[in-house]
Design a protein around this ligand. Structure first.
Ligand SMILES: [Zn+2]
Length: 469
């Protein structure tokens, strides 16, 4: 192994914006639509058609740039990136090459600052589907609004790259900017990586890795490249600048093309689209509407609700989970709520469809002693599965609390009669005998007696006996 190795990783992330229509036409953005049904002359690039910009996409792009603390360019511009490919109907892709929407931003991961070089808007290309050896083209994706986020080469390990992508995904999810589904392709990641010796100055070229479309693919491909490049540099070999793909089956990167033969995209400003002007009022308005970021939520939960960072990280890692927590946190102790969610609802999906008051009710029943914790867990499980009020489940189970004074009195009298030893202990000043009698009473009522009433009744009867002695 070579000593003093510096790893530099940068990421390029394409994110599908949460809009109902495409970037430059009114076609819907429905992912599940049958092939080539969400198309029109504009996104199919017919001659004579003109693009018109989607205002909502601009707002979401602006929101992204603001959330990543970029300097917003009040004048940005759309350019044509020319290349010839079957799934690109116009023969060019509209992007922001020369004047992007946002520049020089940053995002923190675990107290490390990662620079964001640029944030810009662009449209997606179509999709080539391989079917029985035939290449079929689906243009539903052509013209879908994307935002591209490019980081500086500040990331120093595959773990950090994964961490960054996770944080970014949460930021975009909480901002309602994108649904960030990597399976459906609404969050796609490319990476570039270069290695350098600190002592010998032997530096490797920059290698680009394309289509790392899962957290696992991202960290494994980077790890593979570090090993491959280290091996070459150790033998005083050269690492040329090239583009590589990721072979999921074999867990290997493979050569795609060298930089020297890289395409020339012949960028130029799109003459069909005017420059994009954003006045300060507009930027201010969007800035004020940016939803609270995950990082600020974590800080708030720690400071105002007394949660530990680890508890916050667990809650924030899923949006539905964080939502449920916030809905219930104020009804009882927030840490108790966090614990209940972690212990009982961690593996559950769609927590945002579970009525929050059901969780609150269950926790309250356990806290006031009308259910023991095992019963509480069961009630919550059933309530979640059947979307049923916990009180109803308690009734069905026959776990309702009995609070009639006559019943409690009878119960206590019986327990005192059956446990003369404990009564004697108590009268001799052994306080813990009370707890023993309490346990006996709850056992006798099969947990159904109101514990607070039982305790009061026991104390009353024992005091009476004390006076009579
Ligand atoms: Zn269209």
């Amino acid at each position: 192994m070579m000593a003093g190795k510096i790893v530099k990783i940068g990421l390029e992330i394409h994110v599908q914006l949460n809009t109902s229509s495409k970037m430059f036409c009114s076609c819907p953005t429905d992912f599940a639509a049958p092939a080539n049904t969400s198309t029109c002359p504009v996104c199919l690039g017919w001659p004579g058609t003109l693009p018109s910009l989607n205002k909502n996409a601009v707002e979401l792009g602006l929101q992204t740039a603001l959330a990543l603390r970029c300097r917003i360019q009040q004048v940005s511009q759309f350019d044509r990136k020319n290349y010839f490919y079957p799934d690109l109907p116009k023969g060019y892709q509209i992007t922001q090459h020369f004047r992007p929407l946002g520049l020089d931003g940053e995002m923190n991961i675990k107290n490390r600052r990662i620079k964001i070089n640029r944030v810009h808007l662009e449209e997606d290309a179509g999709k080539t589907v391989d079917q029985n050896g035939e290449a079929l083209i689906d243009y539903n994706r052509a013209g879908i609004p994307l935002v591209e986020i490019v980081t500086g080469p500040d990331i120093s390990s595959p773990e950090e790259a994964r961490e960054f992508l996770k944080e970014l995904r949460l930021l975009l999810l909480y901002g309602n900017i994108s649904d960030c589904s990597m399976e459906e392709g609404s969050l796609r990641c490319d990476a570039n990586i270069s290695l350098a010796f600190t002592n010998s100055g032997n530096n490797g070229g920059r290698v680009e890795l394309k289509n790392l479309n899962s957290f696992q693919a991202l960290s494994r491909a980077l790890q593979y490249e570090i090993e491959r490049q280290t091996d070459i540099l150790d033998r005083d070999g050269l690492i040329s600048s090239e583009t590589r793909g990721w072979e999921e089956q074999e867990q290997k990167t493979y050569f795609l093309r060298s930089k020297e033969s890289g395409e020339d995209y012949r960028y130029f400003p799109d003459p069909d689209l005017p420059s994009l002007y954003l006045d300060e009022k507009e930027i201010k308005r969007v800035e004020e509407e940016v939803p609270e970021s995950p990082a600020s939520r974590i800080q708030r939960w720690q400071e105002d609700l007394g949660l530990e960072e680890e508890e916050c990280r667990f809650l924030i890692s899923r949006k539905d989970r964080a939502w449920l927590f916030e809905e219930v946190a104020f009804l009882t102790s927030p840490r108790e709520v966090a614990r209940w969610i972690k212990e009982n609802l961690a593996g559950k999906k769609n927590l945002d469809r579970f009525p929050p008051q059901f969780l609150a009710e269950t926790i309250k029943m356990v806290e006031n002693g009308s259910l023991n914790s095992t019963q509480g867990k069961e009630v919550l499980e059933l309530s979640f599965q059947q979307k049923k009020d916990p009180a109803e489940i308690v009734r069905e189970k026959g776990w309702e609390q009995i609070s009639q004074p006559e019943y409690i009195e009878d119960l206590v009298l019986q327990v005192l009669e059956e446990n003369p030893e404990a009564v004697k202990d108590f009268l001799e000043g052994k306080e813990r005998a009370l707890r023993h009698l309490m346990g006996k009473a709850m056992e006798r009522s099969r947990g159904q007696a109101n514990p607070e009433m039982v305790r009061k009744e026991l104390q009353k009867k024992l005091r009476e006996q004390q006076r009579n002695e």
